[in-house]
Design a protein. Sequence first.
Lengths: 165, 775
Amino acid sequence: MRNELERDVERVELTLAVNGESTQVLVPVHKTLLEVLREDMGLTGTKHGCELGECGTCTVLVDGRPELSCLVLPIQIEGRAVTTIEGMADGARLHPLQQTFAELGAAQCGYCTPGILLAARSLLEINADPSRDEIREALAGNLCRCTGYVKILQAVELAAERMHG
Amino acid sequence: MADQFSVIGKPLPKVDAGAKVTGQAVYADDVVLPRTLHCKILRSPHPHARILSIDTSAARRIPGVRAVITGADLPIKFGILPVTQDERALEHEKVRYVGDPIAAVAATDEEIAAAACDAIAVEYEVLEPVMSIEEALDPAKDERIQEYGGPNNIHKLVALEFGDVDGGFARADHIREDVFFFQGNTHLPMEQHSAIATFVDGKVTLWSSTQVVHYVHRALSKVLELPMHRIRVIGAAHGGGFGGKTDPFAHEIIVCKLAMFTGRPVKCTLTREEVFYAHRGRHPVLMWVRTGATRDGRITAMHFRSALDGGAYGSYGVASTFYTGALQPVTYDLPAYRFEGCRVFTNKPPCGPKRGHGTPQPRFALELHLDKLAHDLGLDPVELKRRNFVEPMTRTVNWLRVTSCGLEECTARVLEASGYKNRRREKGRGMGFAISTYLSGAGTAIYWNDMPHSEVQIKVDRGGVTAYCGAMDIGQGSDSVLAAIVAEELGLQPSDIRLVTADTDTTPIDLGSYSSRVTFMAGNAALEAARKMRAMLVEAVEASGRMFRDVTFEEASVLAEARFGTLVSAGSYTPPKIAGPYKGSGVGPSPAYSYSACIVDLDADARTGQVHINKVWIAHDVGRALNPLLVEGQVEGSVYMGLGEALMEEQEFRKGLHKWPSMLEYKSPTFLDMPEMETFIVETVDPEGPYGAKEAGQGPLLPVIPAVNAAVFDALGVWIDETPVTPEKIVEAIRRKEKGEAARYGPAAFPAIPYPPAIKVEPPPKDLSVTPSAI
């Protein structure tokens, strides 16, 4: 009887730059970045809500821009800088967005939080002082079922104020 | 007022906020154990069919497959309610909805497990599906969906009558009847359900995304035929429930059984499509309501009928049915009230509790019906409702005990802030007003017993405090509430308190996060345990000749440990026995009710039917806000979910298949859809709540939905008597109005249902200080 390891699965060896660390992985070529981050690299801070590119939960940054990791193959982004929620804080010091999300109660169940934090960080790097409508637009691809979005908007505004104020 | 406290009433961050903003909270699917096998479940493609045979031999031959199980391995039935033990983890005789589980595979990876499911051959005899309330009321074409219940595919019939209903209608100056339909919708938690189990030393351990570790524990014990002490259920960090994770689920039982067969950890995470079919969400409910009133708007009698589309299994359905009739008298003082309820089985995913459990549907009908009654009488709807508000410290006609009640203050706050009374009257712009109530925990347990509903233990050693409680934090902040209460009593900060929660091995019981019960019940248990601990600390410090406030907590704990030995204390909470003297009275009683009032301001386009919400004002009587930040979060989240249900969320089925089983097709509000909202916290300091607190997580959803429909009427002069309010329905209602037909969109009639003769119940004395003779 064939062993499961003999399955005809094409594997690729890749060097991924995640959170400033270079890591080599050997993974099936069809595995998504979401799966590789969570299953092969132990970075379970990236969550999943649909695995179809519909909910924004699995958002990570690739070269600073938000991407849905469930729709990205690692082979597409080899050599580019990937940031996950584990790479958002500066050591033990929280990013201002993480700080304001905690202070204002913008994370309830917290499941959508990593994706929203990364999308918001990308926004603030492009637009240091966004209007409320600009924040809404930038985060519109991320669903949250707990907060009604109110405290998330407030937390992004407060972080923006602290970062450039 | 809040100055009397050092922690209570302060807008403090949640105790687990750090873990959540850094991605370090461990949700069930994040639990990684060596040698884990992955589980996939084969589910029925038919809404209604007999299973003739299941052949798993080809699946078992696939390399990497470690176990395949079918219903023969898990034959014992379970269900959340003792009266409806009608589910199997795997069905081997008959399937009743698309998605009903039939077989499960554990394999070395998910793809192999999925391929093995595809290799399982099942032979079916397809039966005629029953897909609507009307079809379920008719005789079954092939055979009934369930063997119990009836006649036809009726699951449950109830009929209760309180006071002199016929006399009340005879006394009325005006009587009005309306029919409404509330569409079914689902919780849509961001986290897909996930469970992982191990079997070591003859003991099963399960980590799951559940709202109620205790009920999962009970179901596992029954189906696996293991004593409860050989099963441990741990609530992992929770990615959203809203009622959707309160039933014990097939996949939770399956991973345990597969772990027992293989001796390896087994994990199952549902796909998003499976989450839609797992469901247990809002029942579609058809409602008929008839009310009599005097010329000045005083209600003399009400008669309410409901018909719930229950889906294929019982779930919480018997309770849901009673809930469609229970809380009407908790906001409006009804002198006489008749309720007739019916739940039917259909070949769809079973419905159960979603935020507000069985009460948003009748609240929707009731609020709009009273608006219409007010228009008939030439009264302002707000005034008619106000004239009938319940008073604090009273009993309702159906024996429910109202203690604190901030209905009038909530109403005053939203009226004033919104400028409702002086709003500009212009076509296409409108405001709607509605109120509601909700329980602070169900007064009776799911299964009948006299034990406490919540227990807390506190341990103090070497200056550290640990609180143990079975309560499950589902994101609402129950851990933070426990920490705040213990910290307040011991003179510490919440961040000083270590918490062990939602683990059936290490924590005493709490019945879980449903029915808005945790702050009230676990909070009271924590308060008792903390006060006992404080008393020991104070006694030991004072025995040393000093005062508690003059020593550090570390010093106090050393003195107390030296004096008493191991420092432990415990507290528990049992709700008062206040259920009325009639069958069915167990659904509705609560130690306290929250109250809310809401005004929605919107623009509605008569040509396109498009609705744009401008602003929502909401006031919520929470008794006391133990942490205003968390209360606001619950209120805002409720408003959001209410707007979703009012405007877009719905699920429908075509030939047994869910029409929109994805997050793209099932519409829910995004950042762009949410209006500004203004939240008012009203504090009435409940006599029995911890520091006076009541619930916040569910009540504020309820008034939002009817307030939207009332505002659409205010804007365009048409009634949309069902949810959701879509542009198509508005345009159609306007077309009907222009043709001279009734200016409404909604169900035409209520079906004939064979309700039994109503059980007649004598109302209790209204005054709470008078003890009723019947109990």
